[in-house]
Design a protein around this ligand. Structure first.
Ligand code: FES
Ligand code: FE2
Length: 385
């Protein structure tokens, strides 16, 4: 984020009372509890949001070398995104045209061609079929040209990769970012290095994963033994980019910055956790010295895979640096896995019981309300609300 923008955001904090909630949305929002648990609603979400909207997949650095890849699930469709020799990316349905086995799996390391693990069909990096070893004659009546991997729309920009399974013919990173480009560009994500990704299977709805990142209201209570001592619980900075909310959590030390007489000396980012929630697929977090991506893959209304990836400004050159980043990821997952996610699982069980008709998002939770208004509006626009 450029310094002028950081100063602009800091100026908003001038004169606020850190003991009072700020900012406040014009009104609170009520959301039916069944939105989190209803299987029919979930199917609409999967079709409309996860297949028909751009999905944030990862940072470009996850697959820089020709032949390297990253895999994802777009509303139940397995997808592989492969770096081409000319540096571009192509996306495919990750299902062999013989009998459907995933052609790309594992760590995404670079390879000259893609080989199906089942019977060994070989694909070029562009998805065209190269060979059917030991059985060309057996498939002579099925032209190779009809057996290319099925394409999926992919876009790359600002160091981010997006994919869209349906309706993505004109997908671009600009379209997917909906106005967040200038802030995102300021982080220089295209120069970051991929450290590690870990997956957790959670017994709760995918929206609860995002919910827990979109307000700082819970910090004082739920995180009283971990991060509450260092963060402001009442005050955050919220903005929206199309359907995407951005919520910046603030360390208490941020208030010292606005006391400095010259704005040229003001520092913002070192005192923040900046969270860009890209509806519906996940969020990018800038956290002082690194970037995190939290990507959700809903399996059902009740079950979600969360993939947490960590990226550093440069590749770790020593064992000490590698250990530092590993510890960082351990700590992150300790807080979410020890404090947020177990509570989300209990909330999900409550909602599933049908005992509550609705949830209330307060005026002090503006990013949360925006996220759910975006979700509800996208479904309503598709006639699925
Ligand atoms: S399923 Fe891929 S080669 Fe048979
Ligand atoms: Fe939390």
């Amino acid at each position: 984020m450029r310094h002028e923008r950081q100063v602009e955001l800091l100026r908003r904090l001038k004169g606020i009372d850190p003991a009072s909630p700020w900012p406040l949305a014009p009104a609170s929002m009520r959301n039916p509890a069944k939105h989190y648990v209803d299987p029919a609603r979930f199917e609409h979400e999967r079709q409309v949001l996860f297949r028909g909207h751009p999905q944030l997949i990862g940072l470009s650095c996850e697959c820089r070398e020709p032949g390297s890849s990253v895999t994802a699930d777009l509303g139940g469709v397995p997808v592989a995104i492969v770096r081409q020799r000319d540096g571009s990316l192509r996306g495919f349905v990750n299902a062999c045209r013989h009998r459907g086995a995933p052609v790309v799996s594992g760590d995404g390391a670079a390879r000259p061609r893609l080989t199906c693990p089942y019977h060994g069909w070989v694909y070029e990096l562009d998805g065209s079929l190269h060979a059917r070893p030991h059985a060309e004659e057996a498939f002579a009546d099925v032209p190779k040209a009809a057996c290319a991997l099925k394409p999926v729309a992919v876009a790359e920009g600002y160091g981010l990769i997006f994919a869209q399974y349906e309706g993505g013919a004109n997908l671009t990173a600009d379209k997917a970012l909906c106005g967040a480009q200038s802030e995102i560009a300021g982080y220089g994500l295209d120069t970051f290095a991929f450290i590690e990704a870990r997956e957790t299977v959670c017994d709760f709805n995918w929206k609860l994963v995002l919910d827990t990142f979109t307000e700082s209201y819970h910090i004082r209570t739920l995180h009283k033994d971990s991060i509450a001592a260092t963060y402001l619980a009442n005050v955050s900075i919220c903005d929206t980019f199309g359907p995407h909310p951005r919520m910046i959590g603030l360390l208490k030390t941020v208030l010292e910055e606005i006391e400095k007489p010259s704005e040229a000396d003001w520092q913002f980012l070192p005192h923040t956790t900046a969270q860009y929630i890209f509806m519906p697929s996940g969020l990018i977090t800038y956290q002082r010295d690194h970037i995190e991506l939290w990507r959700v893959t809903p399996l059902s209304a009740d079950r979600t895979i969360v993939r947490t990836s960590l990226y550093a400004p440069e590749p770790p050159a020593t064992d000490k640096a590698r250990a530092y980043w590993k510890k960082n990821l351990d700590m992150l997952l300790d807080v979410t896995g020890g404090e947020d996610f177990p509570l989300m699982a209990r909330i999900h069980r409550s909602l599933k019981s049908g005992a509550l008709d609705e949830l209330v998002y307060g005026r002090n939770e503006p990013a949360l309300s925006h996220l759910h208004r975006s979700i509800n509006a996208a479904l309503a626009a598709a006639g699925a609300g």
